[in-house]
Every structure is written in structure tokens, then in C-alpha cells.
Design a protein around this ligand. Structure first.
Ligand SMILES: [Zn+2]
Ligand SMILES: [Zn+2]
Ligand SMILES: [Zn+2]
Length: 829
């Protein structure tokens, strides 16, 4: 039997079923899943098989069951056997899962022995991937190895009928990890600012064991007469001068002054807390406190990018967001992703949390420690954002966190269960009626994504920014967690650490490497070196072909299909910057049927951060007079700036040509919303989508002009935005609302690409369309494209388990790599 059946309570479940049905036999883990031998009357066996499927435990997923007849042994009773009995080791590590309802109940039950224990878990929930060093997934291989179980925990662990049977991270107050509060070091808390010393407050707090809820009063009533240990050691736990972990030993929770209560007090007082979680540290701040959120932004140097908000439960999420049933389901899955949903007006969340957009990234507690921040406290909503600087990897180690976050956090809520795999929170949204992953990490990794055909073992290294790599073997692709940008050394280290871990986890030894066509990607250079050292074959895959092939493979399509790759930036086969592509795609290759007409990108990559440059490039390409005051006014540039840019474009200096749809969105946002610079990737485009959020879908679109190519000569058609710009500017000057202009823009883009698809169908006789690329995160565009394509008789396919953006790229690379490999294997040499 294959699927997710190890470390998720599957064997005790089978034990219980077999016992209830009066069957004899055994169960054990094997390489691919579990093996069950069952012996008894036929109808009982049938009932057993039926219940096996209908009563599967929450975290388990059965992919396939192979049934074989065996000769009866006459043995009585049912046994759970060690893996070795079946002659093979077990492999695979499950994903981390949110606290289950049973554990949550215990956590909040004063009569339970784990009342308020921040690390309780069972086979149905808890950390998995992030605490595991190597396979097999057994306690000695996890960061729980240093916590020997107490007698009570051991009894649970050994009892096949207990919910904690073989729950590797099983622990309690007596034997498990602990939590404590530590002050910050290196914080500049100069008097006279609003930053009056948090350390003073911490010490004040320490002296009185005030329950955090009216902490501010306590803080003002007591001034510092006791210095915090300069190394910022533990503050919680006792009134001794230098409380350390040891002083916590031997106490039960009921007499323990609670570090979590103290954290709550600090949060309510507007302090920034670094809180150690499952896959890394979070920076937390009261999401209803405008000044506190702003302070977090200032210290983190993160100005515009939306921050995620954690609330107590689904009910609380409904209070701050308008949620569809699908969004609620997504919020409640065991992976507990951050869900981008429509913010409710007047929800009390600080405006600085998600400035300029109508959505809020909301999520629910997934670790007991997080539940405790909300349980019985006045905390309503917390900003919980990955503890890192810009795009660096998330901090996981206590000392590393102190060193890296000392300048940001006022204090640290630490614990001593080591995080072994960095893993950010996942981000998801319901786009055009279906869940879509924008960032695939905690809760999803390392679950495999299916492949419709067999792949040899290979490594696909992904892109450059927002890197995710993938290992493929057989019918599965295992994507790494979101690794962030590979631009710095820490990013590359994270890549290598994670690769070593996943290779070990799945025992995959790649026989080939796949990389992006871009010669300048760090991942490309890395792959070349890696393959050369090992003498392995390397396959280069064009960026947008990978996007489209990924979507095809998710739906088992071999092609040809019409692939719309609507994207930001990808290196083209002609060396130009592609991103508005219509491909006739097969898994092992493609032809470029059409593309968005090339426009100059004055300033190259720098233009992405300054959309006014892109806007001017587009207006020049559309025939606007770049010397006229009217045109300059549209983009908000000075005559001087315009002259420099014009020269770049005219001489073709540092003005590469691009067919990117992402850049067309940036340009339109710059003109419509007047946004000159962006703080994060795609900000302008996201704001343009946001402003149109309440406009009807039937708004007629601006005109895109299709300039036919010559398909017989493999000369691609071009889709020009020139008429779109003329109509858009006329509307802007005519006083049409920005919201309506944005809606017409989206509709025009969708209609333009539908027209190209119709032309491709006529030329190639293909009626299936695969939608991919980062622009497919845009809900309005995704919805308009699908409805308009379907209205024209197309069959439309979108990503389901893999991100349409660059987070999904390595899956597509693996698909193309495997297809190319198997094709060349089949060819005569
Ligand atoms: Zn549980
Ligand atoms: Zn215990
Ligand atoms: Zn892309």
C-alpha cells in the first residue's frame, strides 16, 4: 500500500480495525508505504478493506492498494512489526501538521496532565519534517532524541491503541522541551525615543509575575532595580537574579510563572517579539497596534510588503476577512497555510499591515505554543512574519536568532527543541474557485507531487529568485520548501543543506540535472559545476516551457497544447526577456507561436523596481511622443529623466527587449496609480488588480492588436499593446475611475491572449489551453482568461498542486527533463 501512511497513526489505525473485525495478521512499514497481512473469514476481510479506505486517519493519504492472496498461517492475533521484519527500511518523512482537535482539547483542559504544555502532539498532529535529521523517521533521528520519554509518555508510545502510539515527538511537562523568555541583546534603546527600554519592562515584569494582561500598569509601577543578564539569558521562571533553564527544572506547569503569559503582556504593550515556532522564528507584534506594526516595518526594513496575520480561530478569521467556504477549508487544512482573503472593512487591523491592497494574509495557530498566545488572552490578532531580513532564509537556531534579530526584536520566546529544517509558512489563495499555492513550504513539504509517467532519478534546480528545487524519481516529484533568493551566500547554503537532506530522505541519487536556460542564474552555474563533478548529463529548459509543461503534467497532458505562459521574467531562446508567451507545447519541446510584442526595458533589471521606467518604455513603443509634457506627466518623470531613458532606448544601451506581461502590468500600474517605485516584487501589478476588485467582470477590454506571424516559417505572431495604451490614456484623461480603467485593462489583456489562442487553434488544430506563469496568481486575470477561453470552446487547464509562479518552476523542469531523457533513451544511437 502506497501513500502517506508512515508517521501519521496509520499502523495503530489498522491494528484497531483488524482487532475490531476479529482478524489475525501483521502490519509493518516498508520502502514505499506499509505492508499488511490479514487472515480471517472472507466477509470480514472485505469489511476491513472497505473501512481501510473510508476511515483513514486525518493525516494519512492512500494512493494505491495492491491486494494479493496468501496462504493461511493459522496464526492468531494481530501484530505491529518492526520495519526490519519485512526486510526493508522505511523511508519518507511526513509533513508538519497543525495541532489536532484532541490535542487542542487537552492543551486547554486544566485536568489534563499536558494542560498548557506548548509541545504536546500525537500521531495525528505535530512537527515532522522540520525536526527530522535523517531517515528512518524515528525519534533518535529527530531533534527529540535528547528528550528521553518519561514513564507515562513511554506507555502511550508503546500502546497500539493509544493516540500517541509511535508518535515520535511525544512529550510532556516532565520529559519534553521547554519554553523561556529571553531579553534582546544589542538593541539600541536610546532614551528619548518611543523605544524606551524594553529590557526595563522585562525586568519589571520579572519582579512581579504579573499576568500579562495588564502589564503596562505593572511596568510603570515598577522600575528597573535589577539588571538583565547582559547575554540576555532566560528571564522567565523565577525571581532569582539570573534564572536559567536549570531553575525551571522540576517545576510543574501549575506553579510555573508562564513565559507565554509574559510574552502576551509584552505583545499587548506593543513590543516586537521573536517567537520560535515549527519551521523557524517569527517576528510577532500586535496587529491592531498601528505604531507597533510600523516599528516592526522600520526595524525590518520592509516597507510595503503585506504582513501575515494570525488569529485565534476560524471565527476570529471571519471577523477580519470575508471568507468563502473554500477559503475556510483552506485555512483549516492540517497544513494551515497563510490564506490571502478579502479584508473586511473596519476590521480593526492596523493599516500598516497590508497597505494599498484589499486582501489580508490570514492564518490560524498550528502549534500549541501559538494557541497559548491566544487562549484566554486579550490578544486578538498578531502579525506573525518570518524572522529574517528581506529575502534571507528564516532564522531557526537560538543563537542565530539572537545574533540576526537582536536589532529587531525586543525579546525572544525561545524553546529547546531544535529546528532541523528551515521551513517558512506556506501561502495560498483561492484563485478562480480553486486553491492555489503561492509559496509551498511548511505543511506541504516534503509530500510528493504525482508525475503521469516514470522519471529517472533527477535533480531540477529551479530558478533564481524564490528558489525551489525538485527531485524526481518514478511517478513522483519532491519539491523542496521555498528557499528564497539565491543571490547571497546564505541562500545558497540553505539550498545545499536542503538538497542533502531531501536526497537522504528519499534516497534519490540523481542521474541527471535540469536547469533554466538563463546563463546568469546562480542555480544554472551551480548545476553546471555539480554535474561536471559527477559526470552527469545536464538538460537546459526554457523558463516558460517549464511553466507550461508543469501545468500539462499535473493534468496528464502530453500535448501538443496551447500554453499561455504569462509571467514576469524568463530567459528566452533568442536571448531576450520573455514573459508573454503563447507556446505550442509538448512535454519534451515547444514552438513559440506568438508573444507580446517586444518593448524596451530602459535600465534593464533596475526597471523592475522603478515601474515608471517600464511605463515610459511602453509608451514610447506605443508611439507616444516621449518629449511632450503630456506624456511625461502620465508617468510623472522630469524632462531630465526622460532624456536619459530616451537615449537608452534609441541607442539600445542597457535597454533589453522584453515580451513580459508582468512588465506590462507594472507599466499600466505606474500610469494609472502613479506608482514610481515598488518595495516588493509585483507590488504595482498587485495594487492594480486590487483597485479593480469590486468592478464587474463584463467590463469591455481595451484593444490588443494581433500581428499575424508566418506559422509555416516558424515566425511567431506578435500581440501589440499600442492600441490598449491609447485607449487607456484617453480614459485616464477623460476622468474615468481608476477602478474601471484597471478592469478594462485586465479584460483587454485576457481578450488579446484569447484571440491569439484562437489563431493558434486555426494554425495547429489544438483546442486545449494550459495556463501558467506568475501572472496567473492574479485572480481577475485567471478568471477572465478561463471564462473567455471556455466561451470560445477551449478546454482550459490550470495548476492544482504546484504554483503557477516560479515556486512551481522546478516541477516543470523535472517534467521536461524526464521527457527529454526518456525520448533520447528510446532513440537509436
Ligand atoms: Zn494531536
Ligand atoms: Zn513525558
Ligand atoms: Zn516564471
Amino acid at each position: 500500500m502506497c501513500g502517506v501512511v508512515q508517521g501519521v497513526g496509520f499502523r495503530p489505525f489498522v491494528y484497531r480495525l483488524a482487532t475490531e473485525e476479529g482478524l489475525a495478521g501483521l502490519i509493518g512499514n516498508d520502502t514505499d508505504g506499509v505492508t499488511i497481512e490479514i487472515e480471517g473469514p472472507g466477509e470480514r476481510v472485505d469489511a476491513f478493506l472497505e473501512r481501510l479506505r473510508s476511515e483513514t486517519p486525518p493525516l494519512a493519504r492512500i494512493d494505491s492498494v495492491v491486494v494479493r492472496e496468501l496462504t493461511a498461517t493459522g496464526e492468531a492475533g494481530f501484530r505491529i512489526v518492526a520495519s526490519e521484519v519485512l526486510g526493508r527500511v522505511s523511508t519518507g518523512i511526513p509533513a508538519d501538521a497543525a495541532t489536532c482537535p484532541d490535542c487542542l482539547h487537552e492543551l486547554l483542559d486544566p485536568a489534563d496532565r499536558r494542560y498548557r504544555y506548548p509541545f504536546l502532539n500525537c500521531t495525528n498532529c505535530g512537527p515532522r519534517f522540520t525536526i527530522t535529521r535523517r531517515i528512518p523517521y524515528d525519534r533518535p533521528q529527530t531533534s527529540m532524541a535528547k528528550f528521553p520519554m518519561c514513564a507515562a509518555c513511554q506507555r502511550e508510545y508503546d500502546d497500539p491503541l493509544n493516540r500517541r502510539f509511535h508518535a515520535q515527538p511525544n512529550a510532556c511537562w516532565q520529559c519534553g522541551p521547554r519554553v523561556w523568555l529571553a531579553g534582546a541583546v544589542g538593541r539600541d534603546s536610546s532614551p528619548g525615543t518611543d523605544e524606551h527600554s524594553s529590557q526595563v519592562e522585562l525586568v519589571a515584569k520579572q519582579s512581579g509575575f504579573v499576568t500579562g494582561h495588564d502589564f503596562s500598569r505593572a511596568a510603570s509601577a515598577s522600575t528597573s532595580d535589577r539588571a538583565l543578564a547582559p547575554d540576555g539569558r532566560a528571564l522567565s521562571g523565577a525571581a532569582e537574579n539570573k534564572p536559567t533553564l536549570e531553575t525551571l527544572e522540576g517545576r510543574t506547569n501549575r506553579e510555573r510563572p508562564d513565559a507565554i503569559d509574559e510574552t502576551i503582556g509584552l505583545l499587548l504593550a506593543g513590543r516586537i517579539m521573536a517567537i520560535k515556532g515549527i519551521g523557524g522564528f517569527h517576528l510577532a507584534v500586535d496587529a491592531t497596534n498601528e505604531a507597533a506594526v510600523q516599528r516592526l516595518r522600520d526595524r525590518k526594513h520592509r516597507y510595503g510588503k503585506p504582513l501575515a496575520v494570525m488569529v485565534r480561530d476560524l471565527e476570529a478569521a471571519r471577523e477580519i476577512c470575508v471568507l468563502s467556504p473554500k477559503e475556510e477549508t483552506l485555512l483549516m487544512t492540517a497544513a494551515r497555510p497563510i490564506v490571502l482573503a478579502r479584508a473586511r472593512a473596519g476590521n480593526g487591523i492596523a493599516a500598516a499591515v497590508a497597505p494599498g491592497i484589499p486582501w489580508l494574509g490570514v492564518y490560524l495557530p498550528y502549534a500549541p505554543l501559538q494557541h497559548l498566545l491566544f487562549a484566554g488572552s486579550r490578544v486578538r490578532a498578531l502579525v506573525m512574519t518570518s524572522a529574517n531580513l528581506s529575502e534571507e532564509p528564516i532564522a531557526i537556531d537560538n543563537d542565530e536568532a539572537r545574533a540576526r534579530l537582536g536589532g529587531i526584536a525586543d525579546a525572544f520566546l525561545m524553546h529547546d527543541r531544535e529546528i532541523l529544517q528551515r521551513c517558512d509558512d506556506s501561502v495560498a489563495a483561492v484563485v478562480d474557485g480553486a486553491p492555489q499555492l503561492l509559496r509551498r513550504a511548511r505543511g506541504y513539504v516534503p509530500l510528493g507531487v504525482a508525475l503521469p509517467f516514470d522519471a529517472p532519478p533527477l535533480l531540477a534546480v529551479g530558478g533564481h529568485l524564490k528558489n525551489v528545487f525538485a527531485l524526481a524519481r518514478g511517478r513522483h516529484v519532491y519539491q523542496s520548501q521555498h528557499l528564497g533568493d539565491l543571490e547571497n551566500v546564505t541562500g545558497l547554503q540553505f539550498f545545499e543543506e536542503s538538497l542533502t537532506h531531501l536526497m537522504r530522505t528519499f534516497e534519490i541519487e540523481p542521474q541527471a540535472g535540469v536547469h533554466d536556460l538563463h546563463p546568469g542564474y546562480l542555480s544554472t552555474g551551480w548545476a553546471k559545476e555539480w554535474a561536471a563533478e559527477r559526470g552527469l548529463r545536464l538538460i537546459a529548459v526554457q523558463h516558460h516551457h517549464a511553466h507550461v509543461a508543469g501545468c500539462m503534467a499535473e493534468h496528464g497532458l502530453e500535448g501538443p497544447v496551447i500554453g499561455l505562459a504569462l509571467d514576469g521574467t524568463g530567459y528566452g531562446a533568442d536571448g531576450k526577456i520573455w514573459g508573454g508567451e503563447v507556446l505550442l507545447a509538448r512535454l519534451d519541446g515547444f514552438e513559440r507561436f506568438a508573444h507580446l510584442d517586444y518593448v524596451p526595458l530602459p535600465g534593464g533589471e533596475a526597471a523592475i523596481k522603478e515601474p515608471w521606467r517600464i511605463a515610459l518604455g511602453h509608451l514610447i513603443a506605443a508611439g507616444f511622443d516621449a518629449t511632450s509634457a503630456g506624456t511625461l506627466g502620465l508617468v510623472g518623470v522630469t524632462e531630465q529623466e526622460a532624456r536619459v531613458l530616451r537615449r537608452m532606448v534609441e541607442r539600445g544601451l542597457n535597454a533589453p527587449l522584453t515580451s513580459s506581461l508582468g512588465r506590462l502590468f507594472d507599466a499600466a500600474a505606474a500610469v494609472v496609480l502613479g506608482r514610481r517605485v515598488v518595495d516588493y516584487e509585483a507590488q504595482a501589478a498587485i495594487e492594480l488588480e486590487g483597485i479593480a476588485v469590486d468592478e464587474a467582470d463584463d467590463e469591455p477590454g481595451y484593444t490588443m492588436e494581433l500581428m499575424e506571424g508566418n506559422w509555416a516559417l516558424r515566425e511567431p505572431a506578435r500581440l501589440s499593446a499600442a492600441p490598449l495604451w491609447r485607449e487607456l490614456v484617453a480614459d485616464l484623461r477623460g476622468g474615468v475611475s481608476h477602478a474601471r480603467i484597471a478592469a478594462r485593462f485586465h479584460a483587454g489583456v485576457a481578450e488579446g491572449f484569447v484571440r491569439v489562442a484562437v489563431s493558434a487553434r486555426e494554425a495547429a488544430g489544438v483546442g486545449k489551453v494550459a495556463l501558467s506563469g506568475g501572472c496567473m496568481h492574479n485572480r481577475r486575470l485567471a478568471r477572465l482568461l478561463r471564462t473567455k477561453l471556455e466561451a470560445n470552446g477551449f478546454e482550459v487547464f490550470q495548476h492544482a498542486h504546484v504554483s503557477p509562479g516560479d515556486g512551481g518552476l522546478s516541477y516543470g523542469q523535472a517534467v521536461v527533463g524526464a521527457a527529454v531523457q526518456s525520448k533520447s533513451a528510446g532513440e537509436p544511437h
